[in-house]
Ligand binder design. Structure first.
Ligand SMILES: [Zn+2]
Ligand SMILES: [Zn+2]
Length: 162
């Protein structure tokens, strides 16, 4: 959605609120598209003493696959974005400022960018996920490793002697 802020550019104290749902189900992270549900984009643009300030919250519930154990899990996603908006840049180096195009900007594009930049690089079902045993493939979160039980019975007999 293009958000037109022309109406408040010259009116200090004025503001515009927005509340939309965005489809980010096509955003792919290593073969997994976790945003299976609509993404909520809620915020305001306010004219504070002549400067336009955007505040936005991007929220959804992700459907993830654990990078370590392969289990599916759900995880709340939240990112807060604050940006200044301007009709023209005084300093080219300042990439914190979002440039308006004919008094408007692409809200969806900004939310999509924030979503991608804030995504965890590693998806874990829990911080201490033990993952799968590389030997027997057991999911070590829910079962014990079976590798030891596959010891040659002759070795087992020898271990009992020791
Ligand atoms: Zn896991
Ligand atoms: Zn094992």
């Amino acid at each position: 959605m293009l958000l037109d802020v022309k109406g408040i550019i010259h009116t200090p104290g004025d503001g515009i609120a927005f509340n939309e749902e965005l489809d980010l189900s096509d955003v792919d992270f290593g073969g997994v598209c976790p945003a299976v549900r609509p993404v909520s984009v809620v915020g305001t643009v306010r004219n504070i003493a002549g400067m336009l300030r955007l505040q936005m919250n991007v929220d959804t519930m992700l459907s993830c696959v654990c990078d370590r154990c392969g289990a599916p899990f759900e995880k709340a996603f939240h990112v807060s974005v604050e940006r200044m908006l301007a009709e023209e840049l005084e300093d080219d180096e300042n990439d914190e400022i979002l440039l308006l195009d004919d008094g408007a900007f692409d809200l969806d594009e900004l939310a999509r960018e924030a979503f991608i930049l804030d995504m965890d690089t590693k998806m874990l079902c829990r911080a201490d996920c033990k993952g799968l045993c590389s030997g027997c493939g057991a999911n070590l979160n829910v079962e014990a490793c079976r590798c030891k039980k596959e010891i040659d019975p002759r070795w087992a007999a020898l271990q009992q002697l020791l």
